[in-house]
Design a protein around this ligand. Structure first.
Ligand code: IPE
Ligand code: IPE
Ligand code: MG
Length: 252
């Protein structure tokens, strides 16, 4: 795979800053299978996956990505065995406890997308604290999708719109976007899914309509900086038409 990154002089293809996606979203999948392939418990896969996130965060800053959205726990993941759900919650708690200071010092602004209410009150408090503590940082925006579901987000937005008494004729795309958890951030340019699954699993249903998708068979704990570079290079080769023709795009 790395070979495809090399140009004919044998050098690794450089990223072109103008075509680095501003907002990258990642469906971090395959922790369980990574662990199973090594005869380890699934929880070990989640731990390694969390370690990997540090590397990917660094690489994003280095490559000039401004916003990273990570899918860490879906509204459907509550259906997993209770012990696994507990581990996933405790990993989030541990990450906040152990990494918050370093993330803050690296200029990371933490945001949460999803429904906080279903989580333990102590964890809710930690998440709110982490977001508040880092809110003025500008190096990288890290959007953590935890207890997130795209459909759930739309339900949440519709409820708020109805409750605020907005007239039907005032409802348009911008208004709906402003009620999404991600507001006021721009939509993701690139959505990466690791582990070989080719589906969205309820991720960024509203925001991802014109995102470029990149699928790789690599399990999340093994998705490293070079794999990310490869995804960004592939993105730079795509033509985003947004419904228009190639000729129109060239004239812009
Ligand atoms: C992704 O890895 C992490 C979460 C969904 C929380 P998985 O746990 O889904 O790993 P696989 O897909 O079973 O290998
Ligand atoms: C999607 O992965 C959710 C996260 C990565 C957090 P899943 O492993 O839950 O997705 P499905 O069930 O295979 O679609
Ligand atoms: Mg999975």
């Amino acid at each position: 795979m790395v070979a495809s990154l090399r140009n004919n002089t044998g050098k690794i293809e450089p990223l072109i800053p103008e075509v680095v996606p501003k907002h990258v979203a990642i469906i971090m999948d395959g922790n369980g299978r990574w662990a199973k392939a090594r005869g380890l418990p699934r929880t070990e896969g989640h731990r390694q996956g969390t370690e990997n996130l540090r590397r990917i965060l660094k690489a994003c800053v280095e490559f000039g990505v401004e916003i990273l959205t990570i899918y860490a726990f879906s509204t459907e993941n509550w259906k997993r065995p209770r012990a696994e759900v507990r581990v996933l919650m405790s990993i989030l708690e541990m990450v906040i406890d152990r990494e918050l200071r370093e993330l803050h010092e690296s200029g990371v602004q933490i945001r949460h997308i999803g429904e906080l209410d279903a989580m333990a009150p102590a964890l809710q408090k930690k998440i709110r604290y982490a977001c508040d503590f880092t809110k003025n940082n500008t190096k990288l925006i890290l959007n953590v999708a935890f207890n997130y579901g795209g459909r759930d987000e739309i339900i949440h937005a519709v409820r708020k719109i109805v409750a605020s008494g907005i007239a039907p004729e005032q409802i348009n795309e911008d208004l709906i976007s402003s009620y999404m958890y991600t507001s006021p951030l721009p939509d993701p340019d690139l959505i990466i899914r690791t582990s070989g699954e080719v589906r969205s699993s309820n991720f960024l249903v509203w925001q991802g309509t014109y995102s470029e998708y990149y699928f790789t068979p690599v399990y999340w704990p093994d998705f490293d900086k070079e794999q990310l570079r490869e995804a960004l290079i592939e993105y730079s080769r795509r033509t985003r038409r947004f419904g228009q023709t190639d000729e129109q795009i060239k004239d812009e």
